[in-house]
Design a protein around this ligand. Structure first.
Ligand SMILES: [Zn+2]
Length: 362
């Protein structure tokens, strides 16, 4: 049974210190002992009114020893699917058999979340380019620093949830630096069909955490401003599978997604971009397998003039991982993210799918 406590970061901190045994979770202002769970509102900044900006954090410290894993979401304030994943893990799951500690950060970018915007509303700074942060620097880096030092650095592993940028959607997929063996293991255990390999841009939570010795993956899922239940359920399966892989739930098993492709730098992949401005008629959706030369979309003007229609074809056979939802483009705007598949992967994917389910929610 996990005991639950509830306190603000401004409360009198319980006795803390660096000499705690490994299985006590400590942060600046408090501690969470084995077998305990705490809901924390942790101050990371102040508003124009001088009031605290506090992020919600739930630390679930299991009764049994094991790794410390962070689950984070809404570094981009309008990316909501991950919030529900992290909340359900923190509050709906039975943690009585948990081996290790879960550090659940459902909303990291609180100002962006309140404004329902991607960036921090202060000069549009990107919190997910501000890690690991720095004391005495910009507002974004100070916030990042407080999150990073208290709740990321003490962990052994991490999963950061995102969605596509507003107006686009993507398949559930993992982004991970597969040259790190533990990141590779974490990425594969998450039970995603698609893993895109790469270190990630400087300042992203996954890259900076991994570089700081906390192997971390990003999970991309769906679109901004939505709760998409099918994707949330698939991500919850992924979390359970990853926790099983690392021994947090020794009686559970790792889930195999049926087929998997790992896209690295040498593989065929491209963002197809519009060469004309106009209104997009998208023929294929997220998760569709398209053949080389197949029409993915057309771009037309308001008069639908036949001789002005621009047809966009697949440059190679592949999988549509990300796609436009808002059907209007300027020249240069992305239309879809297409990745190539090996013949084996393609066969496995086709075997798994019935013809009528090729547009199913992935
Ligand atoms: Zn994001």
């Amino acid at each position: 049974m996990i005991r639950m406590s509830d306190y603000d970061s401004g409360d009198e901190p319980p006795d803390g210190g660096s000499s705690e045994p490994d299985d006590v979770f400590t942060y600046n202002g408090g501690r969470v002992d084995p077998g305990e769970s705490a809901n924390i509102r942790y101050g990371i900044s102040e508003t124009y009114l001088g009031d605290p900006v506090r992020i919600p954090v739930t630390v679930v410290n299991g009764a049994y020893p094991g790794p410390t894993v962070f689950l984070s979401a809404a570094a981009h304030g309008d990316e909501l699917n991950g919030i529900e994943v992290v909340r359900e893990v923190a509050h709906d799951w039975d943690h009585s058999q948990l081996h290790g500690t879960l550090v659940c950060l459902p909303v990291m970018n609180v100002p962006g979340f309140l404004a329902q915007e991607r960036y921090l509303p202060i000069y549009d700074r990107d919190l997910n380019r501000s890690f690991p942060g720095r004391e005495g620097s910009t507002s974004a880096r100070r916030m990042a620093h407080r999150i990073f030092t208290n709740f990321i650095e003490p962990c052994d592993l991490g999963i950061d949830f995102h969605t596509s940028t507003r107006g686009r959607t993507n398949m559930l997929h993992v982004r991970a630096n597969m040259s790190d063996p533990t990141v590779d293991r974490l990425a594969k255990s998450f039970s995603s069909n698609v893993v895109i390999a790469g270190r990630g841009p400087a300042g992203t939570l996954r890259r900076e955490a991994t570089d700081a010795g906390v192997p971390t993956i990003t999970v991309e899922m769906g679109e901004a401003h939505r709760f998409q239940r099918t994707l949330i359920d698939r991500a919850l399966t992924g979390v359970a599978s990853a926790l099983a892989e690392f021994g947090c739930h020794p009686d559970s098993s790792v889930h195999w997604p049926g087929w998997r492709t790992i896209i690295d730098d040498d593989d065929e992949k491209t963002w197809l971009r519009a060469d004309a401005g106009g209104i997009v008629d998208m023929k294929r959706g997220r998760g569709a397998l398209v053949e080389e030369g197949e029409v993915i979309c057309t771009i037309t003007n308001p008069f639908k003039e036949e001789d002005e229609v621009v047809t966009v074809e697949a440059p190679f056979t592949g999988l549509i991982v990300g796609v436009l939802e808002n059907p209007v483009v300027y020249p240069g705007n992305p239309l879809c993210h297409l990745v190539g598949l090996s013949p084996d992967t393609r066969t496995a994917l086709q075997r798994e799918r019935r013809p009528e389910s090729s547009q199913s929610e992935l």
